[in-house]
Design a protein around this ligand. Structure first.
Ligand code: ZN
Length: 143
């Protein structure tokens, strides 16, 4: 398999198997429904290590908002885009394409002004966008 680029914007595709309420630190409680969520993140360097951290669940400190979600669910697939894609731009694009941010505002976006980096994709597993540079399936084995 190709090696993971050193930097990039990434989308974690996270299936939530059962509706639940999540306590996400300062964000408070989030109602999650059953289905697929996308979390959009960015690594200016060390992308491989970042992805490994997202997909390894053992004994991790809860640092990012997404860590709270990953306490409950596993990353099923990762889509990697070039850094220039921009995490906020990519999140906005997923929303234009039908993903929804309601109830998820500000998730993962404490450092920017956009509406949030966690989106609900629906109950059907989405296909990776054609312009992703890499798709990692079952990342707990790949990273
Ligand atoms: Zn943003």
């Amino acid at each position: 398999m190709e090696s993971i680029p050193d930097s990039g914007v990434y989308v974690l595709v996270i299936p939530v198997r059962k509706a639940c309420t999540l306590s996400a630190g300062a964000l408070g409680r989030l109602e999650l429904r059953e289905g697929y969520y996308a979390y959009v993140g960015r690594a200016g360097r060390g992308l491989g290590a970042r992805l490994a951290r997202h997909t390894c669940r053992a004994g991790k400190r809860l640092h990012w908002h997404v860590d709270y979600l990953l306490e409950r669910a596993c990353v099923e697939e990762i889509w990697v885009f070039p850094l220039r894609a921009g995490e906020c731009v990519l999140a906005a694009r997923l929303e234009r394409e039908g993903a929804r941010r309601e109830g998820l505002r500000s998730f993962g976006s404490s450092d920017c002004r956009c509406a949030g980096h966690l989106l609900y994709l629906g109950s059907v597993k989405p296909l990776p966008p054609g312009d992703s540079v890499m798709v990692i399936t079952r990342p707990e084995r790949a990273t």
